[in-house]
Design a protein around this ligand. Structure first.
Ligand code: MN
Ligand code: MN
Length: 466
């Protein structure tokens, strides 16, 4: 090959963007590091499944790593590590950097709520001598997927005397689980003709919780009564206490390796724990950052971020405002110079359903963390759409720090859409772009991610804040 031919080929190499599987680029040691990181992720996933449980986990890990509880007005200095607990359902961690805070903060934002079945306010009833819970699903689900899945129950009940009871049943070996039934195929002719959003209707997502009658003749609903008796013995609650409870039914199983090569992880709630966990690990691991690093683990993303524990509320804004003033600046100055990675998942290209994706602009399993410039639907409605300048800055940072990343849109134009917390961050007046892990079967009771991509999310958040 002549010198000119060689030069021409190398020029073509640079001219054309190559999207390549990360497994081809990584050393065996790096792949091993990814698998080891995910071992920790899977342990986390098996102990913390809901926003309240992740909040507790994050605070415990933070305290282990020298973070102190922050109260508005506390004095702060360089190197301080603090956390702020918002109502036990969202949490902010921060490491005060050596640069003046007026230079801005580096923020990562992931959500710790996932789609699930919430119990209704007055959930318990008996029908044909079965005891059941009525539910109201939370977040965007395909309702039919949630039948015949073993479910555990998580949450809190506030008794009339104000005492808070924590519920976690169905996770430990030996615990009972709960389940929504489905119709046998033999009798499902009519059901299978329903439009698919209605194969299982919202009011059919009823969870079986018991079947044994008390022998007492005078009691009308004997199975329900027996359940109330058991709950009273176990938790000291009465039926009315359900009115002041938050109880969530989630899949009861633990995360599992998927595949002969164990390269993938199947679990409930990767969206968005697969970004929340790397984000948490990254802020726990950073030492002496220049810019103040802030990580928020928020609630309520799956229902639109409204509510006082969601990012449409002011809790994060007030936190930034308070630390800004404590450190001698003000919110407006700080926020306008701040940068955010909105840490949320994207949809991975699924070879079984290729028609909903546009290959060149989709993310792929094992191609690294996805940088998503915009989300939204119907002509980019509901997106913050990152500025090209900021997109370029993040791409350059990831290249420099050997973070393997890819681009990706959710799917084909006009087929649907979705959003993240990015717009709430952008609306405060900071630069923001979505960075997260590609997921197969998103919002299903068992979602799938790659170990390499999950590790790249950690490397990305760490590189951004270190
Ligand atoms: Mn999400
Ligand atoms: Mn989601």
């Amino acid at each position: 090959m002549s010198k000119e031919q060689k030069e021409q080929i190398s020029q073509e190499d640079n001219l054309t963007m190559k999207r390549q599987n990360a497994a081809l680029k990584l050393s065996d040691e790096e792949i091993k590091a990814a698998f080891e990181f995910c071992h920790g992720y899977m342990q986390f996933m098996s102990q913390a499944k809901t926003e309240r449980e992740i909040n507790i986990y994050a605070i415990k890990e933070a305290e282990k790593n020298g973070f102190k509880k922050f109260n508005f007005g506390d004095k702060l200095s360089v190197g301080d590590k603090i956390y702020y607990d918002n109502r036990g359902k969202s949490v902010i961690l921060a490491v005060i950097g050596s640069d003046p805070i007026s230079e801005g903060i580096n923020l990562t934002a992931a959500h710790i709520d996932s789609p699930r079945l919430d119990l209704k306010e007055n959930p318990l009833y008996e029908n044909e001598e079965l005891a059941l819970f009525k539910t109201h699903y939370y977040g965007g689900i395909k309702k039919y997927q949630w039948t015949t899945v073993p479910l555990s129950l998580h949450g809190v009940i506030i008794k009339q005397n104000g005492e808070k009871i924590t519920v976690n049943i169905g996770e430990d070996n030996g615990d009972p689980v709960f389940v929504v039934s489905d119709l046998l195929p033999h009798l499902a002719q009519d059901q299978m003709k329903r439009p698919s959003p209605e194969i299982i209707r919202g009011e059919e997502l009823n969870i079986i919780v018991g079947s044994l009658s008390v022998k007492d003749k005078d009691i009308d609903k004997k199975v329900k009564y027996n359940i109330l008796k058991i709950l009273n013995e176990k938790y000291g609650i009465v039926e009315r206490d359900f009115l002041s409870a938050e109880l969530e039914a989630v899949p009861a199983y633990k995360p599992k390796d998927i595949g002969f090569d164990r390269s993938l992880i199947g679990a409930y709630g990767h969206d968005d724990k697969v970004c929340a966990y790397p984000e948490l690990r990254a802020i726990l691991d950073i030492k002496n950052p220049k810019k103040t690093a802030v990580a928020v683990l928020t609630d309520k993303e799956e229902t639109g971020s409204d509510g006082n524990t969601g990012l449409a509320s002011s809790y994060l804004k007030y936190f930034i405002e308070d630390i800004s003033e404590t450190l001698g600046s003000n919110f407006r100055t700080v926020i306008s110079k701040s940068k955010c990675l909105s840490a949320d998942v994207n949809s991975a290209f699924d070879p079984t359903f290729p028609d909903v994706f546009e290959r060149a602009n989709s993310s792929f399993i094992n191609y690294g963390v996805v940088v998503t410039k915009f989300t939204g639907s119907r002509g980019k409605s509901g997106t913050s759409d990152a500025n090209a300048e900021f997109a370029g800055e993040i791409h350059h940072l990831f290249d420099k720090e050997n973070v393997i990343w890819q681009n990706g849109e959710l799917g084909r134009v006009d087929l649907g859409g979705g959003g993240t917390v990015a717009l709430f961050m952008a609306n405060m007046n900071m630069d923001v772009i979505d960075v997260g892990v590609p997921v197969l079967a998103m919002h299903a009771p068992f979602e799938i991610v790659s170990k390499i991509d999950t590790y790249m999310a950690y490397k990305a958040f760490y590189a951004f804040q270190k």
